[in-house]
Design a protein. Structure first.
Length: 390
């Protein structure tokens, strides 16, 4: 694997250009055209590997709740899927995503190149990872043992907003694959995620009664006051172990001389176990029904917790072994973040999901990635695949 890394060292210019080509196209989750273009560019790279099929798969729009509490939806771009040797004795799924958190009107659009350091939208999360996945497959295709490995490369179009429409594709992939390898960015330490918390999103739409604030305040019922009470009650759950509750957005009200008849609070919760998830959901249901006003509870995207099952632990052990053989340090850390690896694990596919590029400051305009980490990551993953596949 060490000569694989040195072969890739010699191709760093090309690898950098490939990442830049994916990152210079805006692919905010709700920019379907941009996502489609990134999918086309990825198709061009993967076509070099002569897969049996390359597909572009449209998925259902993502439900969203408007600031005035109306349920609407956003169109999303198509997912990318390539498959080779589906009847091979060992099947693996490589996964990542085409979208970024930066919409087309966000100021952060350009990729800056400074030696092997890139600063740009999605360079780490996860376009650098998509290039790593492609290089892993290229190497696999060049080996004898790789001919026993069937692969699916799935890049979904809306991971950053919960993979609502892609969940079926993820489930399908989990059903047929034996092992999953995800190309989300490496953790800042260069490590990979072990367990990941689950994520639950919920909105409380509180209906009050409008009244003139001066003449008839007593006839009104303030939705903002009731929502405030709900926020205080639910944020108190942060005292529970394994659970975090964050009310991240509020909206509602209007003219200051009117008792507000509508308020919306949007929450994201993180949970360590399925039991924590049921607990949090029941607390929200109870709080909504016990409020002094009418409250609609609208659930948003959910990802189940990813726990260290024996199957996942075996994969993590082979990762550690692979890293030691290559003489690199790749710590395994549990994290509160979540990704498609959570959904794949819940569908029964053991997977290590943060095998992508080294970098950091993801989801901010400082996002950066190191092109010269690509060779070591490709070597790490191929070494790991060789172990699990043989
Ligand atoms: Zn990501």
């Amino acid at each position: 694997m060490k000569d694989l890394a040195s072969r890739l060292e010699a191709r760093l210019d090309d690898l950098r250009d490939r990442i830049v080509a994916l990152a210079e196209v805006n692919s905010g989750s709700f920019n379907p055209d941009g996502v489609a273009r990134v999918g086309e560019r990825l198709s061009d790279l993967v076509a070099e590997l002569q897969p049996d099929s390359i597909e572009t798969l449209g998925v259902d729009p993502t439900p969203v709740l408007s600031p005035d509490g109306q349920k609407t939806e956003e169109t999303v771009g198509p997912c990318f899927r390539a498959i080779k040797r589906p009847d091979a004795p060992v099947r693996i799924c490589l996964f990542g995503h085409l979208d970024t958190v930066f919409p087309s009107d966000h100021p952060f659009q350009d990729v800056k190149v400074d030696g092997w350091r890139l600063n740009g939208p999605g360079v780490a999360d996860c376009k650098g990872g998509l290039v790593i996945a492609t290089e892993v497959l290229r190497y696999l295709e060049s080996t004898q043992w790789g001919q026993n490995v069937g692969w699916e490369f799935l890049a979904v179009s809306e991971e950053e907003v919960g993979s609502y429409g892609s969940k079926k594709l993820l489930r399908d992939a989990a059903l047929v694959a034996d092992f999953g390898f995800g190309f989300e960015p490496a953790l800042p330490s260069g490590g990979v995620a072990g367990a990941r918390k689950g994520s639950v999103t919920g909105h409380l739409v509180v209906h009050g009664l409008a009244a003139h604030a001066g003449r008839a305040h007593h006839e009104g019922r303030s939705s903002i006051l009731a929502l405030s009470n709900l926020i205080v009650r639910l944020e108190a759950l942060n005292a529970e172990p394994g659970v975090t509750v964050n009310c991240g957005r509020i909206s509602g009200g209007g003219p200051l001389n009117v008792v507000p008849d509508l308020a919306v609070g949007s929450f994201n919760m993180r949970v360590e176990t399925p039991a924590d998830q049921s607990f949090v959901e029941s607390q929200f249901t109870a709080a909504a029904s016990e409020s002094e006003l009418d409250v609609d509870l609208v659930w948003g995207s959910t990802r189940p917790p990813k726990v260290r099952t024996p199957e996942l632990q075996r994969m993590l052990d082979s990762l550690t072994e692979s890293a030691e053989e290559l003489g690199i340090d790749v710590p395994v850390e549990d994290t509160g973040g979540c990704c498609d690896g959570n959904d794949l694990a819940a569908a029964g596919l053991p997977n290590v999901d943060s095998l992508g590029i080294r970098g950091g400051a993801i989801h901010s305009a400082n996002e950066f990635a190191f092109v010269d980490s690509v060779p070591e990551r490709v070597a790490l993953v191929t070494n790991m695949i060789a172990k699990v596949a043989q």
